[in-house]
Design a protein around this ligand. Structure first.
Ligand SMILES: [Zn+2]
Length: 310
């Protein structure tokens, strides 16, 4: 089901494909809880106003600075800091158990143990999942996918083989095709598929993406998963009881306790919109006018949106 795009006597009302009506979305994901994700990746993203997703294995995370068993991995306190600063910390299996190689009860334990550890560490549930070794065996998925807003089923490597030119082409293609790009990175200066001690390639790419922020939504894997799933499951009922009044009723067919991200409503008229106000459930909504269109974040689980066009 696609989100409704409805013409109500000269008005077009729809849900933007991506948040704030950006042309495309990119989610940067980093696997296995490597220490440089904390020392380098987190700060480099934050410098550019971006956030990333870290898929971690609890079994490899160090207890604290005094009890370090693997110097290449983060500590729980470092994960907590990343989470507090707005990054997503999510589930990649407690001990990275490949679904194809372990009995299902062991897989269940592995997933649940990591969920509990992440919740205890960050105070936030892991609402996405990344398959160990990217193995998506159906029997395992019946457990791993439950209660999530999304799981990583596609990705492109961002690492040893990446260069400025190829990354620039990929970025432009994302915008042109209005696609959602999901990257997968492991090592930075060391570790699997690392950047060969020239991580500058990654930071250069982030600079380019930051310069295109009007077109690209850099969202965590959770944010973009939730938005795209909600959009697909939302339809809009539209009425125009008065000349300057639109009533937009959202209906979303997903679990409203799990899917809570706001969506972006787009309103266009025959002529550019100059002034417009919107209210939902008694609260004034923020309206951004861009290119003659009105962009309005709304709650897809909420009530009727009253839109007054001036
Ligand atoms: Zn992994």
């Amino acid at each position: 089901m696609v989100a409704t795009s409805c013409a109500a006597e000269g008005w077009q009302v729809s849900v933007a494909k991506y948040k704030d009506d950006k042309a495309c979305a990119i989610s940067y994901t980093f696997d296995d809880g490597l220490k440089e994700h904390y020392t380098l990746v987190g700060p480099e993203f934050e410098k550019r106003g971006m956030r990333a997703t870290f898929f971690i294995n609890g079994a490899k995370i160090n207890q604290d600075d005094e009890h370090v068993t693997d110097t290449t991995r983060m500590t729980w306190a470092q994960l907590r800091e990343l989470s507090d600063r707005g990054h997503e910390i999510s589930n990649h299996g407690w001990a990275h158990k490949n679904f194809a190689r372990f009995p299902i009860e062991e897989i269940r334990e592995d997933i649940e143990k990591n969920d509990s550890a992440i919740l205890a560490c960050t105070g936030k549930p892991a609402l996405t999942f990344c398959y160990p070794n990217n193995n998506k065996k159906a029997e395992g998925r019946r457990i791993s996918d439950k209660g999530r807003v999304g799981t990583r089923t596609f990705q492109r490597s961002l690492g040893s083989k990446s260069n400025d030119k190829e990354l620039a082409e990929w970025t432009r293609r994302m915008i042109a095709t209005r696609d959602w790009g999901v990257t997968m990175t492991h090592g930075i200066n060391y570790g699997y598929d690392n950047f060969g001690r020239t991580p500058q390639r990654l930071w250069n790419h982030l600079d380019m993406v930051a310069s295109l922020k009007d077109s690209i939504w850099v969202g965590t894997f959770y944010e973009v998963s939730a938005y795209t799933a909600e959009r697909r499951a939302t339809s809009l009922g539209i009425a125009r009881p008065k000349e300057n009044l639109l009533l937009v009723t959202p209906t979303m067919r997903l679990d409203s306790s799990l899917f809570v991200e706001p969506l972006t409503l787009v309103i266009q008229g025959d002529t550019p919109i100059r002034k417009l106000t919107a209210k939902q459930d008694g609260k004034r909504l923020t309206v951004t006018l861009r290119d003659g269109k009105a962009l309005i974040p709304f709650n897809p689980n909420g009530g009727v949106i009253e839109v007054k066009v001036k």
